[in-house]
Each structure stands twice: as structure tokens, then as C-alpha cells.
Design a protein around this ligand. Structure first.
Ligand SMILES: [Zn+2]
Length: 230
């Protein structure tokens, strides 16, 4: 068990324990997500189907190995509340818990074969300061622990703080995120196949941008994993 897990268990004792998905108080032996929600969470099982809806988001846009998402994200759903709590209600431990859970599933499948590094999509430093944590890093750390693959969050840096893109069409959004990352090669990390990790997959533009940055700098293969697929 990693140190982070002990820290989260410690916090769990200090603060009221509520389910990350329905926000009801957890009963004894329930962890982070209640039994009812755990039963109803919409797992995608995308790791079993290489031509899954998450992979299709990247078709024709970038060269990649595999793409998976843990859950389907729909409006007014348990997963929507879960993601909201992870991003805006100071519950990064939920992302870590989900990462551990998903990592165990992925490790049992062929998905993890050959992956030698896990890299989370970074937040811009301004956003990180406001939120206090990067939810994707916590998900990545959970994955890393159960997949037994190292995680590195120093490799990618976000140089532009992207503004709201809701009013722009899909194509413009792709151009807009083209150059938002840079690679920190001073970290002297080598990897042949990187698993790039984010919270939600929507257009895939952010992940594509980060992936091309890494592939150019590291000459590596890329796979993608997100907590949810919109
Ligand atoms: Zn619940």
C-alpha cells in the first residue's frame, strides 16, 4: 500500500465520510463510494474492445496504441456528481481511489502490456493554485500503484491557461489547444510507451495536444486513459 493511501485513510477518519457519487453518509466498511452506487456505476469495459467509443475519438487525429475510459458520463448521473466532487469539491482522494480500482482491472487485461510510464495531463499553474491539486495526477497515482508502473508529473508542462471554449466549434477548439503543452526534457526520463491520463474525455483535443508534444520529444508510443467519457 502506498503512502498516499495511508494519508487518505487518515483524512477519512477526521472528516465525515460521504459517498462521492450520491453524497449519502457511508456506512461501516464502505470506502469512498457506497455499495448501491458501486453497483450502479456505468463501467465501460472499453479495455476489452480496442475499437471502442473512446478510441474512435482519436481516429484520424493522432497515432496511438489504445484508448480507454473507466465510466460513461451522462447528464445528471452518479458519474457527473463524482467528477464534480473530484474537480470542484476538494475530493482528490476519490480520483485516487478510482485510479486504484481501474488500475487493478487494466492490469488483469492486455491493456497494460508494454506501458512503462504514466503521465497525467497537467493543470496550468494558476489553476493549480486555485484548486490546490491536480485531479488527473491523483487518478494517475492510483493507476500507477495498482498497475505497478511509475508515474511522472514533471514531464509535461501547460504553458497556456486555456479560456472557456464553449462558444467555439470543434475544429477551432483543436487549433486552440495545439500548442498548450511543453515537454520538460531536463527530467531525463525515458519511456517507450506512455499512458496519458486525464479526468474526462470530451473532444480529445487536450489529450491529442499533450500526446503530440510527448511523441515528438520522447519518440514514444502513446495510449490514453480517462475517468469518464462524455
Ligand atoms: Zn452512493
Amino acid at each position: 500500500m502506498g503512502l498516499l493511501r495511508y494519508w487518505y485513510d487518515f483524512l477519512f477518519i477526521l472528516f465525515p465520510k460521504t459517498c462521492g457519487a450520491c453524497e449519502n453518509v457511508l456506512i461501516h466498511q464502505e470506502e469512498y463510494i457506497c455499495t448501491t452506487c458501486s453497483y450502479h456505476l456505468p463501467f465501460t469495459d472499453f479495455h476489452q474492445f480496442p475499437t471502442n467509443p473512446s478510441a474512435k475519438k482519436f481516429w484520424g487525429k493522432i497515432e496511438f496504441e489504445q484508448a480507454v475510459s473507466m465510466f460513461y458520463l451522462t447528464k445528471s448521473s452518479l458519474v457527473e456528481t463524482l467528477i464534480h466532487n473530484i474537480k470542484y469539491n476538494n475530493r482528490p482522494e476519490l480520483a485516487y481511489f478510482l485510479g486504484q480500482k481501474y488500475g487493478r482491472i487494466l492490469k488483469k487485461s492486455d491493456f497494460s502490456d508494454g506501458i512503462d510510464l504514466i503521465v497525467p495531463i497537467p493543470l496550468h499553474s494558476k489553476k493549480l493554485k486555485i484548486r490546490g491539486y491536480n485531479q488527473s495526477l491523483h487518478f494517475a497515482n492510483g493507476l500507477a500503484e495498482s498497475m505497478e508502473i511509475p508515474c511522472d508529473d514533471s514531464l509535461l508542462k501547460r504553458k497556456i491557461n486555456t479560456v472557456s471554449q464553449t462558444r467555439k466549434d470543434r475544429l477551432e477548439r483543436f487549433e486552440n489547444v495545439e500548442l498548450i503543452f511543453e515537454c520538460n526534457l531536463s527530467s531525463k526520463i525515458t519511456a517507450k510507451h506512455i499512458l496519458l491520463v486525464d479526468d474526462v474525455l470530451t473532444t480529445g483535443a487536450t489529450l491529442c495536444s499533450a500526446a503530440s508534444c510527448l511523441m515528438e520529444a520522447m519518440k514514444c508510443k502513446i495510449s490514453f486513459a480517462t475517468i469518464a467519457k462524455a
